[in-house]
Design a protein around this ligand. Structure first.
Ligand code: AMP
Length: 190
């Protein structure tokens, strides 16, 4: 099983690269952001609660996203592997993911981090906001809060995988194709 964590701040290109990885490697894409937005669209109670935080650029509670991922892992027992996109976002989530995967005997193969500086992220997210219709892409203050949440709570997750010798990083600035080639090179060695 190939289990990838695609890591990086909001706007790093995780979603774009995930789409290409799905095509090439036949993996199941698990994006907690997408799963949460789907709950919002369906008007569930979980979605309504999550929206209050997401619209302000604040992370939703760990137990909410861990529960969603656990459910999806159970629902895809025959998968060739998974791409985790936007998850884990805290060290507690990373620990919980290790436990969930332990029971499947299919640990994380590698974390691949896309490196992009804060100024470029802000520019990309504002541009994306023109088409994405996402309230959290439309407001510069919320964008800055999301980047701050990343730096405060999510960046330490890299250390968790470095300690396991599973961390690789790639320059996230360049053409979509160049970045994808870099990711494919890393995957090729697993
Ligand atoms: P994303 O689509 O990954 O940019 O996520 C959009 C928003 O959903 C984030 O700003 C958070 O509020 C929430 N979210 C998504 N994934 C997570 C996660 N793993 N942990 C906590 N909050 C999350």
């Amino acid at each position: 099983m190939l289990n990838l964590v695609l890591f990086g701040p909001p706007g790093a290109g995780k979603g774009t690269q995930s789409q290409k990885l799905i095509e090439k490697y036949g993996l199941i894409h698990l994006s907690t952001g997408d799963l949460l937005r789907s709950e919002i669209t369906q008007g569930t109670e979980l979605g309504l609660e999550a929206k209050k935080l997401m619209d302000h650029g604040i992370l939703v509670p760990d137990e909410v996203v861990i529960g969603m991922i656990s459910h999806k892992l159970d629902a895809n027992r025959d998968a060739k592997g998974f791409i985790f996109d936007g998850f884990p976002r805290t060290v507690a989530q990373a620990e919980a993911l290790d436990k969930l995967l332990e029971s499947k005997n299919a640990p994380i193969s590698v974390m691949i981090a896309l490196e992009v500086n804060d100024d470029e992220l802000e520019k990309r997210l504002l541009l994306r906001g023109k088409d994405s219709g996402r309230p959290d892409d439309a407001n510069p203050e919320v964008i800055r809060k999301r980047i701050k949440e990343y730096n405060d709570k999510t960046a330490p997750v890299a250390g968790f995988y470095k300690n396991q010798n599973k961390f690789k990083s790639i320059n996230g600035i360049g053409s979509v194709g160049e970045i994808f080639d870099g990711i494919s090179n890393v995957i090729g060695s697993y």
